[in-house]
Ligand binder design. Structure first.
Ligand code: ZN
Length: 204
């Protein structure tokens, strides 16, 4: 923890003053254009991998970059999505999975009885066809990454059940994107809606 405290103090002393104009403007409010949904994994840092400044990404992070389908008792993800879309007016939503995801490993391997909250949460990551595809087993890296891609597709579908997202899509003021980030190479592959395949990210 000491290194985290030292980092915060170094940020105050050395980094914040160099971006005084930016932070002064941000003190008055935010206007991010992108909602970025990613995993809590310490190796996945949305602002780093997209090279964005503070104020540019509205971020939801949780185990497995999951978006529970909208329900009668909306939780933190639903509230954050609604705020980003309906209050902040983000134009794009990215659901970003990643290589070697521990949540996807748990989905494939079967959950640990010692982690009941994880088991409950990961139900949002288990589409029926994946759940029934094979018995729990120690997955290969390729299987984990394929599950991560399948999971991104599922979470994009879940996103559309949220009323604010559905309205934004119907009114053509919102776009959804599925990404997979590879930790070892830094590469991002993006879901091609036409083919359902993940293709290397290109400059739009
Ligand atoms: Zn993960």
């Amino acid at each position: 923890m000491q290194s985290v405290v030292e980092g915060a103090l170094r940020f105050q002393r050395e980094v914040h003053p160099t971006r005084a104009d930016l932070f002064s403007a941000l003190a008055d409010g935010q206007a991010p254009e992108v909602l970025f949904v990613s995993c809590s994994d310490s190796r996945v840092v949305p602002e780093l991998l997209t090279q964005r400044d503070p104020g540019e990404l509205f971020v939801i992070r949780n185990a497995g970059n999951l978006v529970p389908a909208y329900s009668a008792s909306p939780g933190g993800e639903a509230a954050s999505i609604e705020y980003a879309v309906a209050a902040l007016g983000v134009r794009d939503i990215v659901v970003c999975g990643h290589s070697g995801c521990g949540a996807m490993t748990a989905v494939a391997a079967g959950t640990d009885p010692a982690l009941p909250a994880v088991e409950s949460w990961l139900h949002h990551a288990t589409p029926p066809k994946v759940a029934g595809a094979s018995a729990p087993h120690a997955p290969t890296p390729a299987e984990i990454d394929e599950l991560a891609r399948e999971n991104v597709r599922l979470q994009l579908t879940n996103l559309t059940t949220h009323p604010s997202v559905a309205a934004g899509l119907a009114e053509n003021r919102l776009r959804l994107h599925g990404w997979l980030y590879d930790i070892a190479t830094g590469q991002v592959h993006a879901l091609d809606p036409g083919t359902g395949r993940f293709l290397a990210l290109i400059d739009a």
